[in-house]
Design a protein around this ligand. Structure first.
Ligand code: SF4
Length: 450
């Protein structure tokens, strides 16, 4: 560690940036995998004339992409194919949707800097090659690749994944919803879901509420099935939860809260399709006889059964999951004690916030919010987003305390991902949290009842 250079001659900047690029390429690969699967699910839904719940979003995407079509299924097919075509371009061919989706002045800046991404999958490939042993040693060149990967991941892996999910599963609606361990109802067969690929649950979500499946659950002694939200896909279900209140019980918690959710004893199966299904829950599942099932082999857990999702086999897969989970319920419920925490969380967390639902909530334009910021009554907007972790004072401690400090200074906080799971379980997204805000923000919250 004291030497100025490694044995190959690489200096600290090269070594650090190589490792950074490797991490960025890996992260981009994850979210490009998600958007690719989501677009494929939309394409297959369109080809089989399946249900499309978010028609406003579909029209919005058609407008942005310049698509015209005879009916909604043809529109969805073209939208999905346009996304897939971009993802699959070579690295030297710029993706067309970057310009369409990006904020125009920012796109111009990216163009000036020469960092517009080529095909998103090819960019990941290039990044992995560049950071390998004794290849690139120019830190600036590698950092520019990180920026390219950031653009493709943000626009495709995040924004477009969300919008395609909205088309399939319904658009977010602002509402108050229950969160925390209180959402777990032991009278039902409970499936905790973890991951990031909401579109893989489209068929199962519907199937679990159908009469014959409900009858199977009742024959086993339960009132029916419930999906219990955990990690980012739990946030996804919560976001669009107004469209399936019957099957979704609520978002119980984030990444590390999964251990506590399982420890209640009332979860009969974990259904995972991506990160963050923690390896640490495996011994808990073994101990509490909780069945683990994975829908995507990229997230295969050591002790889980793999039921790789294939659109064409979705009916068979859903029915196999139903039978497997009922069997787990039958064998474990008499043997495993319940440790419920019915007071954990709250019943009135604000959710369903998207840029469209928020704008509608403000009366159809951003002016009221801009006016409040210009007047100084609200000092600004901060994002507290992404993964929470255990290192900064304990689980959720940093994100929750930071949010309290920000709202006390009249700054609105936008939150997403597992940070959001902790912040909401601690009550900071309820109307009562207005009491913790500074005088300007408090008055706004109280006037709006949020
Ligand atoms: S926010 Fe982070 S920790 Fe939470 S599920 Fe998503 S990737 Fe995992």
């Amino acid at each position: 560690p004291q030497a100025p250079k490694g044995i190959c001659g690489a200096n600290a900047d090269t070594i650090v940036v190589r490792n950074f690029l490797r991490a960025v390429a890996a992260g981009s690969g994850c979210y490009i995998h998600i958007v690719e699967n989501t677009a494929l699910n939309l394409k297959n839904t369109a080809l089989t004339k399946g249900e499309l719940k978010g028609l406003q979003t579909l029209d919005r995407l058609c407008g942005l992409f310049g698509i015209t079509a005879a009916d909604n299924h043809e529109k969805a097919l073209k939208v999905a194919q346009t996304v897939l075509d971009d993802l699959h371009k070579p690295e030297y061919d710029e993706m067309t949707l970057t310009k369409v989706m990006a904020y125009a002045p920012r796109y111009q800046k990216w163009q000036e800097l020469g960092i517009l991404p080529g095909g998103a999958k090819a960019e990941v490939f290039k990044g992995v090659v560049k950071c390998s042993t004794n290849l690139n040693s120019d830190p600036v060149d590698m950092l520019l690749d990180c920026l390219k990967l950031g653009i493709s991941t943000g626009i495709f892996g995040l924004t477009l994944t969300n919008l395609l999910n909205d088309v399939l599963l319904g658009e977010p609606e602002i509402r108050l919803a229950p969160v925390g361990l209180r959402v777990i109802d032991p009278d039902y067969i409970n499936i905790m879901i973890t991951g990031h690929q909401h579109s893989l649950f489209v068929h199962l979500q519907e199937r679990l509420t159908q009469t014959d499946v409900m009858a199977k659950a009742r024959a086993a002694g339960a009132k029916g099935f419930k999906l219990v939200g955990c990690t980012c896909v739990g946030q996804d279900l919560q976001l669009r939860g107004s469209h399936y209140t019957e099957i979704f019980d609520g978002h119980a918690g984030n990444n590390y809260t999964s251990e506590a959710i399982l420890a209640t004893g009332a979860i009969d199966a974990v259904l995972s399709e991506f990160n963050c299904t923690l390896p640490g829950i495996e011994p808990i599942c073994d101990e509490l006889q909780i069945k683990q099932i994975c829908l995507d082999d990229v997230a295969k857990k050591a002790n889980a059964e793999l039921k790789k999702f294939e659109f064409a086999k979705r009916e068979q897969i859903s029915d196999e999951i139903v039978d497997t989970v009922i069997e787990a319920y039958r064998t474990r419920r008499a043997a495993v004690p319940l440790n419920l925490l019915p007071d954990h969380g709250n019943d009135d967390t604000l959710t369903g916030v998207s840029e469209v639902s928020l704008k509608a909530f403000l009366g159809g334009n951003w002016q009221p919010l801009i006016d409040l910021i210009v007047k100084g009554q609200i000092k600004g907007i901060a994002g507290v987003v992404g993964c929470s972790n255990l290192t900064a004072g304990g689980h959720d401690v940093l994100t929750v305390e930071l949010t309290k400090e920000l709202i006390a200074r009249d700054i609105i906080v936008l939150t997403a991902g597992c940070s959001s799971g902790g912040i909401e379980n601690c009550g900071l997204m309820t109307p009562e949290a207005a009491e913790l805000a500074g005088p300007g923000l408090k008055a706004v919250c109280q006037a709006l009842g949020i």
